[in-house]
Write a protein that binds this ligand. Structure first.
Ligand SMILES: Nc1nc2c(ncn2[C@@H]2O[C@H](COP(=O)(O)OP(=O)(O)OP(=O)(O)O)[C@@H](O)[C@H]2O)c(=O)[nH]1
Ligand SMILES: [Mg+2]
Length: 308
């Protein structure tokens, strides 16, 4: 193994951070490193925590860390912010919230910026999970702000997806039916200390009725992340899902589907890089020719691809 991968898997936190940065930057040599690490992956339990901004995902994650640590499990956290990495204070707030775990060697935390990737989840998320898995973290939590595509994408990397809802969403539940309801393995109505939590639970239950008969029917529970209420029950239900997916045919199929999209994403990334390279040299000239109608876009695309 290369020194960097060896140091990381040996528990060197700085080496892990370096690897994740390299993946974010898609630095040269990162593919080779990932290939070295891959045989060491497959042990971690990856939990996706998604939901609308401010729903309490970080507070809940903080409580989950505490819970898993008390059981002796090590935890890696990737906080993915697809919309605003350095503004709005989101990541700063996350950092502060989880600050108390930073001295704990059994916890690794890292924010990933909004550098886009074709799939949707920020660049480096896929690799980040593999890196933390290879480095021996028992549980890897991915926190994503649920804005459209990212909830769907979190399913591509997480074994278990927990959707965090809050009272006061109004008609949103109806709107979410098709999208979010399909991706959650578990629904949490957080801020249950506020009025309206029961209503949200009932609404979600109503929607989940439609999933009856499936091998795994998600459940809904209430939490008050701020004081940890409901967290042990949340962990119990998360674990139930984990056990179910480890032994069921549906779990196997989901794993295969995830591997498939992983490989397809990697291919798309490569192709996209190649497309970029194909025409950087002659771009100006070709654009001008198309603008003047000396060439058409179809001919240009065809010609460039024929050289690929
Ligand atoms: N009343 C109440 N407030 C809560 C609860 N959980 C979290 N909060 C508060 O809600 C606010 C947002 O919490 P975060 O954990 O940062 O939420 P988030 O979903 O991670 O937010 P973003 O990452 O910015 O999308 C904070 O002020 C928390 O203190 C809860 O159970 N009850
Ligand atoms: Mg957060």
């Amino acid at each position: 193994m290369s020194t960097l991968a060896e140091r990381a898997t040996g528990g060197d936190v700085r080496a892990m951070a370096r690897l994740i940065s390299m993946a974010e930057d898609r630095a040269d040599g990162v593919d080779a490193l990932m290939r070295e690490l891959y045989p060491h992956t497959g042990r971690a339990w990856t939990i996706g925590v998604t939901g609308s901004p401010g729903a309490g995902k970080s507070t809940l994650t903080d409580k989950l860390i505490e819970h898993f640590r008390s059981e002796g499990s090590t935890v890696g956290v990737l906080a993915v912010d697809p919309s605003s990495p350095y503004t709005g204070g989101a990541i700063l707030a996350d950092r502060l919230r989880m600050q108390r775990h930073t001295d704990d060697a059994g916890v690794f935390m890292r924010s990933l910026g909004a550098r886009g990737s074709l799939g949707g989840l920020s660049r480096g998320t896929r690799e980040g999970v593999l890196i933390l898995d290879a480095c021996g973290y028992d549980v890897v939590i991915i926190e994503t702000v649920g804005v459209g595509q990212s909830e769907i994408d979190v399913m591509r990397v997480a074994d278990t997806v927990c959707v965090v809802l809050v009272p006061g969403l109004g008609d949103d539940i109806q709107a979410m039916k098709a999208g979010i309801m399909e991706i959650g393995d578990l629904f949490v109505v957080n801020k249950a200390d506020r009025s309206g939590a029961d209503r949200v639970v009932n609404e979600v239950r109503g929607v989940l009725e439609f999933l009856k008969g499936r091998e795994w029917v998600p459940t809904v529970l209430q939490t008050v992340a701020e004081n940890g209420e409901g967290v042990p029950e949340l962990v119990r239900l998360l674990r139930l899902h984990r056990e179910h997916s480890l032994k069921s045919e549906a779990g196997r199929e989901r794993e295969l589907a995830r591997l498939r999209s992983k490989i397809e994403d990697i291919m798309l990334e490569r192709l996209s890089d190649r497309v970029e390279k194909l025409w950087t040299v002659r771009r100006e000239e070709l654009l001008e020719a198309v603008r003047e109608r000396k060439l058409d876009p179809y001919a240009v695309a065809e010609e460039l691809l024929s050289k690929a």
